[in-house]
Ligand binder design. Structure first.
Ligand SMILES: [Zn+2]
Length: 281
């Protein structure tokens, strides 16, 4: 059985939530291609490969899953549009750990875009939709949920009802306001930026610590606070929060854990944003 990454008393595992390709321009916004391409090579038609890696954190107070991957409900047409390279395989990854989806107690969503929330609801193989993690409480920011229910012109294309409708009015949904401690040592905090209700996850255990910044830091390549995606709805807020969070996390020697990084699963940065310690795949 695969060994987890120790963070104090926590044990962390990376679970395959599917791989896609997106246009490099949308991923890097105003950053010139000559700069980003050196760190994140694009293919011939300018697409970049993105993983969607859910993080399982085993704690004494239960199993916490951060993000849910792209799920298994994409149509053939959607698979073409998002160029799915690898299918969602979270149940299989849990099986490798002698676990099932029923063993997940808490699910944290940094936000509700389809590439993060796609695995909340899955197809049972006979065309029926069900909550993938039926016992889990799902933690989403209040503001994020307001936008899910009444999306703007832009966010509408990323909040897919098929991923979220089953949670509506369901006891498995826990809406949180700004900061909330999910289990001892694992806390969410709203940042806004990428979406109005985007949140990050702080993890602290026995002197070790880590931060999962969701799409404010999709991969280690984005360590410059000005490098944000063109998908960010509130770019100045993204930059401000990124700067604040990274400064604190670097000062405290924290690990950064990534969701979309095809190169590294986690790393530490120095104050210049250079990688000083890393965990590869
Ligand atoms: Zn994303």
């Amino acid at each position: 059985m695969q060994q987890g990454f120790r963070l104090g008393e926590f044990e962390i595992f990376w679970l395959g939530g599917g791989e896609i390709e997106l246009d490099g321009g949308t991923m890097f916004g105003v950053v010139p291609k000559v700069l980003w391409e050196k760190k994140f090579p694009a293919n011939a038609d300018n697409y970049v490969r993105l993983v969607n890696t859910a993080i399982l954190v085993k704690t004494r107070e239960g199993n916490v899953l951060i993000e849910t991957g792209i799920g298994n409900k994409l149509t053939e047409k959607q698979k073409k549009i998002f160029r799915v390279l690898k299918e969602w395989a979270i149940p299989e990854a849990l099986d490798d750990l002698d676990m099932t989806c029923n063993d997940i107690d808490h699910v944290i969503l940094t936000h509700c875009d389809f590439d993060h929330a796609g695995g909340i609801v899955s197809n049972d193989g006979e065309g029926r939709l069900q909550l993938t993690f039926p016992r889990a409480v799902h933690y989403i920011q209040q503001l994020e949920w307001e936008d899910v229910l009444a999306p703007n012109r832009r966010s509408k294309s990323a909040y897919w009802p098929v991923n979220l409708d089953l949670l509506h009015g369901c006891e498995n949904l826990k809406l949180v306001d700004e900061e909330f401690e999910v289990v001892k040592g694992i806390k969410v905090m709203r940042t806004g930026g990428h979406t109005r209700g985007h949140q990050v996850v702080w993890m602290v255990s026995e002197g070790d610590s880590a931060v999962h910044m969701g799409d404010l830091l999709p991969s280690h390549v984005y360590s410059n606070p000005l490098w944000i995606t063109a998908f960010d709805n509130y770019p100045l807020e993204s930059i401000r929060m990124k700067e604040e969070i990274m400064e604190k996390a670097v000062k405290e020697g924290m690990w950064f854990i990534f969701y979309h990084d095809p190169f590294l699963s986690a790393c530490k940065f120095d104050v210049e944003g250079q990688v000083i310690e890393q965990r590869e795949w």
